[in-house]
Design a protein. Structure first.
Ligand code: CDP
Ligand code: CDP
Length: 212
C-alpha cells in the first residue's frame, strides 16, 4: 500500500487549515499545516534574538525543526506570520523544510498537507490538489474577526493591508511562488460556508479515490 496525498494550497486566511482538518478527520489521514514549519523557524530565530535575514543561520534552524513538536499557538501571532513569510523566501530554508514535509507526506494510509507550494513543489504527484482562495476583502475580514474573537484589537484597514502585503511577498518570490498547480481544482470560498467548502472538496476527493 502507498500513501494517498491531498495537497491544499492558497493564500493567507483562505480557509486552507479549516478545510484540511475536516478532510483529514473524514478520511482518517494525517494532517500537516506546513505554514507551522515556517512559523516555527521564524519563532526560533526571534526567540534567540537571531537575525531573520541570514540564510545560513535560518537554514541551520530549519534543519533542527521537529515536526512532532510544532507549536500551534504561533498561529494566532500576527508578527510570526509576517516573519515566516520573510524567511520563506530563502531557498536553503525551503529545501530543509520541504525534505521534512515530503517524509511526512509518505505516511500511510494518507496525508493532507496545506501550504503555498504543496501541489507545485512538495508533492507534485499528489492525486488530489485543491487551490483554496477567497477575495482579499473576505480574507482580511476573516483574519480581523479571528483577532477580535481572541480578545485582541486591530484596525480592519491594517489587517487588509497586511493580507495584501503577504499575498504579494508569497506570489512574487522567485523560489516556489504561490500559484495554483496546472492540475489543481480551484475552490473560491468567498461566498461559501465552511461546510459547503468541505462538501465540494469531498466530492473531488471521492472521485479521485475511486480511480486510484
Ligand atoms: O489556513 P488559512 O489561513 O487559509 O485559513 P483558516 O485559518 O482555515 O481560516 C481563516 C478563518 O476563516 C477561520 O476563522 C475560519 O473559521 C474562517 N472561514 C470561514 O469563515 N469560511 C470559510 N469557508 C473558511 C474559513
Ligand atoms: O495561516 P496563514 O495562511 O496566515 O499563514 P501560514 O500558512 O501559517 O504561513 C505563514 C507563511 O509561511 C506564509 O505567508 C508563507 O510565506 C510561508 N509558507 C510557505 O512559504 N510555504 C508553505 N508551504 C507554507 C507557508
Amino acid at each position: 500500500m502507498t500513501s494517498f496525498t491531498i495537497a491544499i494550497d492558497g493564500p493567507a486566511a483562505a480557509g486552507k487549515g479549516t478545510l484540511s482538518r475536516l478532510v483529514a478527520e473524514h478520511y482518517g489521514f494525517h494532517h500537516l499545516d506546513t505554514g507551522l514549519t515556517y512559523r516555527a523557524v521564524a519563532k526560533a530565530l526571534l526567540d534567540a534574538g537571531l537575525p531573520l535575514d541570514d540564510e545560513a543561520i535560518a537554514e541551520k534552524t530549519a534543519l533542527e525543526i521537529e515536526l512532532a513538536g510544532l507549536d500551534r499557538s504561533v498561529l494566532a501571532q500576527h508578527a510570526i506570520g509576517e516573519a515566516a513569510s520573510r524567511i520563506a523566501v530563502m531557498p536553503a530554508v525551503r529545501r530543509a523544510l520541504v525534505a521534512a514535509q515530503r517524509r511526512f507526506a509518505a505516511r500511510e494510509p494518507g496525508t493532507v498537507l496545506d501550504g503555498r507550494d504543496i501541489g507545485t513543489v512538495v508533492c507534485p504527484d499528489a492525486p488530489v490538489k485543491l487551490y483554496v482562495t477567497a477575495s482579499p476583502d473576505v480574507r482580511a475580514r476573516r483574519r480581523y474577526d479571528e483577532i477580535i474573537a481572541a480578545g485582541g484589537s486591530a484596525e480592519f484597514d491594517t489587517v487588509f493591508a497586511d493580507v495584501k502585503k503577504r499575498d504579494a511577498r508569497d506570489m512574487e518570490r522567485a523560489d516556489s511562488p504561490l500559484k495554483p498547480a496546472d492540475d489543481a481544482h480551484l475552490l473560491d470560498t468567498s461566498e461559501m460556508s465552511i461546510d459547503a467548502a468541505f462538501r465540494a472538496a469531498r466530492d473531488i476527493i471521492d472521485a479521485a479515490l475511486k480511480t486510484d
